[in-house]
Design a protein around this ligand. Structure first.
Ligand code: NAD
Ligand code: ZN
Length: 373
């Protein structure tokens, strides 16, 4: 079983194939996408031992000459050192301008290998084979690639679209629970920004989703990718609409950053950020409070929205002002009008931001009426 979507970008359009057991089809799908002879498979130390051999076998069956390159698992691999090691591996494997890089792993491998592909020999083809929920619904689609610098995340990068995205749901079976749940925060985000039916589906099937029911997951991931593909197709380089994908991310990034990467996972931070954005929305767009409550209840039922250690507001405000997305001066917030519809980019008054932070703290402590639907 598999489902196919397309990111419509003219000559750079590409398919997103979602299904079970697709790792064995990677060779065929890459062959359909391009006539390359050599392929460098980039993966990490967790994913490689589990899945690299199957991917390489499938590429070999379609006459690709493959080399495997493994980076240490974790965010620190999005570094210049690991990037240059990929260039070395690519040269050793005699990749040329018609060769292919296969990014097999989560968002870290996807961003790193994608950036290597964007820059090696001024750009070669790559295919995304995402193995985390976050990578399947978010990072593998849309062509943003990059690495971190010691000064901050994603400071060097390029837009470089993959030739295909191949998401094998079976790989999610080995994903640690915490990573899986964090990925669900991004799934909820798509419901809030564009798809009220998806949101309702998540509310109705939270337990099965936590059980990683394949059929349900295929449907859900497909809908998330459809939203992302559509937004990317209309605003590839984030000059406007694409910013709605940052719903929950302004506060989310600040918290992720303050707690320290790895302590609070990206999705966990975004879950908090989304409830914060919903509380702000109540004051600006008139989002009904019941929608905020629904959002908080859904996130809780998915195991998200754990309280975080108390933090003084000025620390958080200062961190939000550092975010690169606030280059124009003040942090911007994507606000919800109702579940399923948002409007991009509002700068808001400081006192409002602070008051709302305290409302979020109260809500997390269970002081507000957020228990059930
Ligand atoms: N390019 C984009 O548009 C975009 C969007 C969102 C996030 N990102 C980036 O994505 C990165 C986060 O991605 P992530 O959450 O996938 O993290 P990740 O790649 O670090 O993966 C999380 C952990 O799960 C392990 N893992 C991956 N797949 C597994 C599997 N199937 N079974 C067992 N273990 C597995 C990894 O080794 C790692 O330890 C960040 O660097 C972020 O900046 C990029
Ligand atoms: Zn995100």
């Amino acid at each position: 079983m598999s489902a196919e979507l397309k990111v419509e970008l003219g000559k750079r359009s590409y398919p997103i194939i979602i299904g079970s057991g697709l790792l064995d089809e990677v060779g065929r799908l890459c062959r359909e996408a391009l006539p390359a002879r050599t392929a460098l498979v980039v993966t990490d130390t967790n994913v490689g031992p589990l899945y690299a051999e199957r991917v390489r076998d499938s590429l070999t069956r379609r006459d690709f000459e493959t080399t495997l390159h493994t980076v240490p698992a974790g965010e620190t691999s999005k570094s210049r050192e690991r990037l240059f090691e990929i260039y070395d591996a690519a040269l050793d494997a005699r990749l040329d301008r018609r060769s292919l890089i296969v990014a097999l792993g989560g968002g870290v491998v996807g961003d790193l290998a994608g950036f290597a592909a964007a820059t090696f020999l001024r750009g070669i083809a790559y295919v995304q084979v995402p193995t985390t929920l976050l990578a399947m619904v978010d990072s593998s689609v849309g062509g943003k690639t990059g690495i971190n610098l010691p000064q901050g995340k994603n400071l060097v990068g390029a837009f470089h679209q993959p030739r295909a995205v191949v998401a094998d749901l079976h790989t999610l079976a080995t994903l640690p629970t915490r990573e899986y749940r964090a990925g669900l925060a991004e799934v909820v985000k798509y419901g809030v920004i564009r798809d009220a039916d998806l949101f309702a589906e998540l509310e109705n099937h939270a337990a099965e989703i936590l059980d990683r029911n394949d059929q349900l997951l295929e449907k859900i991931i497909r809908r998330c990718c459809a939203v992302k593909a559509d937004v990317v197709a209309s605003d590839e380089r984030e000059s406007g609409l694409r910013a709605i994908l940052n719903f929950g991310h302004t506060l989310g990034h600040a918290l992720e950053n303050l707690e320290g990467y790895g302590k609070l996972l990206h999705g966990e931070a975004v879950a908090l950020g989304m409830v914060y954005a919903a509380l702000l929305s109540e004051k600006i767009t008139g989002l009904p409070h019941t929608d905020t409550i629904r959002l908080a209840a859904l996130l809780r039922s998915l195991g998200l929205l754990e309280p975080i250690p108390p933090r003084p507001w000025p620390e958080i405000a200062a961190r939000m002002n550092l975010d690169k997305k606030v280059a124009r001066g003040r942090p911007h917030f994507v606000l919800a009008e109702k579940i399923g519809r948002v409007r991009p980019g509002h700068p808001l008054a400081d006192h409002l931001l602070e008051d709302t932070w305290h409302s979020l703290e109260t809500l997390l402590k269970g002081g507000a009426d957020v228990g059930g639907k």
